[in-house]
Write a protein that binds this ligand. Sequence first.
Ligand SMILES: *Cc1c(COP(=O)(O)O)cnc(C)c1O
Length: 452
Amino acid sequence: MGGPLLSQRRNLVTEIPGPESQTLMRRKKAAVAAGVGHVVPVSIVAAGGGILIDVDGNSLIDLGSGIAVTGVGNSAPAVVEAITRQAQLFTHTCFTVTPYDGYVAVAEKLNSITPGHHEKRTALFNTGSEAVENSIKMARSFTNKHAVVVFDHAFHGRTNLTMGMTAKNVPYKNGFGPFAPEIHRVPTSYPFRDGLGGVEAADIALLQIDRQIGASNLAAIVIEPIQGEGGFIEPARGFLPALCEWAAANGVVFILDEVQTGFARTGDLFAADDESLVPDLIVTGKGIAGGLPLAAVTGRAEIMNSPRPGGIGGTFAGNPISCAAALATIETYEKDDLAGRAREVGTIIDEVFSELGESDDRIGDIRGRGAMKAIEIVHSGSTDPNPLLTGSVAAFAAQHGVVVLTCGTYGNVIRFLPPLTISDDLLREGLRVVVDGFRANSQSQFTDERNS
Ligand SMILES: *Cc1c(COP(=O)(O)O)cnc(C)c1O
């Protein structure tokens, strides 16, 4: 029995992973490709609210939401009801063979809630990567240009085109080339490391775009408003508006990849809302459908309508059960004001780590917005990345029943993406375990390891 009725407490009855989880991992190792890894190797049998239950009877606190997916909580009642109802009616027709209401209703909804009041259209896909790829197809078709600009530390997915758009080599790209041509990477705004204001950082990126690519060759600029896998890097204010304005003035499609930041996560329905950005296209996924696979591209009608019929689609794209889930999920974000709740979650995370940061100078930076927060971990008294300590703290948390994710180009960021429906008490308890992880890994031990 999953869902929100699960008792919302952490409770460990075995080591992590327990014996039954270890059995699954042995089967996994013998049956599943090694490239498919795990953060915490436990076998989950139920989940709800902020709790994951494993096969050994352990209750773990979920501070990752399956990578920012279950914002409305796991097996949220409205979502379960919607997908059950839809499953009994029909499971698939292929929207491009014989259409149905749910797909159109999701498109209408996204057109109305995404930034900007211009005429919009939407197309649905299965994954964030697939949606990002399709946003590039739209932009190229519309502009008749080929070049695409992406940024340092970007993550846009694992398909060939999006892998090329992603910055980090290991594990995402190493050995998987050749990559698609005409992808150009420019510096981003990374206040903790570049110390620049947003407009200054934008000037550097735009100068490079102008000198190395040229607007007349450039179809699109694609950027995450807060970079996800790259380290929850929140650009300095003014950076994104400057890029957006330059794109508009130069006939370049400005695409926001909100696959991770979208749907109430950052304390606004979309991260773009924070600086009143209006992208030409916005890409969404992850939190869109309460855990079911769905992603979307939404944006200016003239761009979205550029590819001819048949040019955009996919067998499963906009599956009716995923669409039913999305409608129930989006209604929940709105009805329960989960954007407001995300801000409360963010305040609690800030409070806990500001306090730790006062006594522990290995906390280099605390950043992010709403329930998309991270701490960047460094060697004492420097800005040198400390991935070893980061891994140790995350491992400590897992052993003590808290699932946290790491990220970052340098592997030195712990990120918090709790379900927005998590209770204050459970959240605080989970964060306390992470703080204990810092205390358990004493300062001197990790200073030594750097020098060895
Ligand atoms: C996860 C992610 C993607 C890729 O989404 P998938 O559903 O894993 O293909 C793309 N962009 C961003 C910003 C993401 O966080």
